[in-house]
Write a protein that binds this ligand. Structure first.
Ligand SMILES: NC(=O)c1ccc[n+]([C@@H]2O[C@H](COP(=O)([O-])OP(=O)(O)OC[C@H]3O[C@@H](n4cnc5c(N)ncnc54)[C@H](O)[C@@H]3O)[C@@H](O)[C@H]2O)c1
Length: 350
């Protein structure tokens, strides 16, 4: 199948493009390169531009009338930046997505797979969330994801009465870590703000150790708990969502959801791992020691949660296969080649 992949130059989008190609599909990448590197698009059909550029989207579909679905990854993703620049996040993530979705409707493109986030959930007492768990978005970034979901749900519902009824699956990602096991892509920023990036910076002496932010959470060791998912598993979840798109809605209907047109699905490993446990797994894979210290909670952080992945298993026929240790190993393997990969005119898709 040929699919439009917005944000296909990014960390998760480019890894998903590799997984799609491995499964025999053809990604058509649309990315502004505001963040993702151009090298991740090499060897692929690529359009540089913005998701809000209606003329460009019309041109892409005119030039590729055989596109059957849109995987929408493109977004601004840094939580702290979203707190400082909320207008940017609402404009790029929410308004940009609205323009994209309206153009897809105009073009009678009816299958959408949207990159949502587990950051929209509240942290419940049992630290486990399913798709009906209470929501509580703590940042403009998380709210932009929630708003886009709500908008997409409304657009899909309204389109059911038209000639081109749109349906969408919102994959709510938990915490992606690691890199493509074949090292075609991985985290590209030198100093990513997420936990593995900060651990890597500490291990390489580029940061003054690693601080566990919050050690008094109601978890088994007091540090925050997350659901770390190997990015390759996450990429495979998109392949599963694409290949089982109709089946997912049929399964939802059989399961008592009725005739829904919008389906949120958790994508996590299903296992909760505390920050201290992740640090231990990281140290086991790291050739150098990391100085670890305890610090206070960060404002806006919560104890966290892990995914109930029943829906992903039952509707998409997908479950995570890889371990945190495998994610760590791939992260180190990627880190060893990252600079070279990003500088060279690579043939990473070979
Ligand atoms: N990384 C995570 O931990 C995580 C967790 C949950 C959800 N997500 C979601 O997954 C998606 C991909 O995240 P990622 O980690 O690969 O981020 P990323 O920044 O690596 O990728 C996003 C890509 O979108 C592009 N982009 C941004 N705004 C654009 C626009 N207006 N038009 C066209 N292209 C644009 C960027 O250049 C970049 O290549 C995002 O939607 C993000 O919200 C990520």
């Amino acid at each position: 199948m040929k699919v439009l992949v917005t944000g296909g130059a990014g960390f998760i989008g480019s890894t998903t493009c590799s997984a799609l190609e491995d499964a025999g599909h053809t990604p058509v990448v649309l990315d502004s390169l505001v963040n993702g590197p151009e090298v991740f698009t090499r060897g692929r059909i690529f359009y540089q531009g913005d998701i809000a550029d209606v003329a460009l989207i019309r041109r892409i579909f005119a030039e590729h009338p055989d596109i059957v679905a849109t995987l929408h990854f493109a977004a601004r993703i840094v939580v702290t930046e979203s707190v400082a620049l909320p207008a940017l996040y609402y404009r790029e993530n929410v308004m940009g997505s609205l323009t994209l979705f309206e153009t897809l409707l105009e073009l009678e493109q009816t299958q959408v797979i949207f990159s949502s986030s587990a950051s929209i959930y509240d942290s419940p007492a049992n630290l486990r969330v399913d798709e009906n768990s209470p929501l509580k978005s703590l940042s403009p970034y998380a709210r932009s994801k929630r708003m886009t979901e709500e908008m997409l749900e409304d657009l899909c519902a309204a389109s059911q009465a038209t000639v081109s009824p749109m349906r969408a699956i919102a994959l709510r990602y938990f915490n992606p870590v690691g890199a493509d096991p074949k090292l075609r892509s991985g985290p590209y920023a030198a100093d990513p703000t997420h936990i593995l990036g900060r651990l890597m910076a500490a291990a390489q002496g580029r940061a003054d150790g690693f601080e566990i932010t919050g050690t008094d959470y109601p978890t088994r060791d007091g540090s925050g708990l997350r659901d770390y998912i190997h990015v390759w598993d996450l990429a495979q979840a998109h392949v599963a969502a694409l290949e089982n798109f109709d089946g997912a809605f049929l399964a939802a209907a059989r399961n008592g959801h009725g005739e829904v047109s919008f389906l949120p699905i958790n994508v996590g490993s299903g296992n909760g791992v505390t920050v201290r446990e992740l640090v231990t797994a990281f140290e086991a894979a790291s050739p150098t020691l990391v100085t670890v210290r305890s610090g206070p909670r960060r404002p806006g952080d919560s104890a966290g949660a892990h995914a109930d992945t029943t829906r992903a298993r039952d509707y998409l026929n997908w479950t995570a296969q890889l371990t945190v240790a495998e994610a760590m190993a791939s992260a180190f393997a990627w880190e060893a080649v990252r600079e070279e990969r990003l500088i060279l005119d690579l043939s990473i898709s070979s």
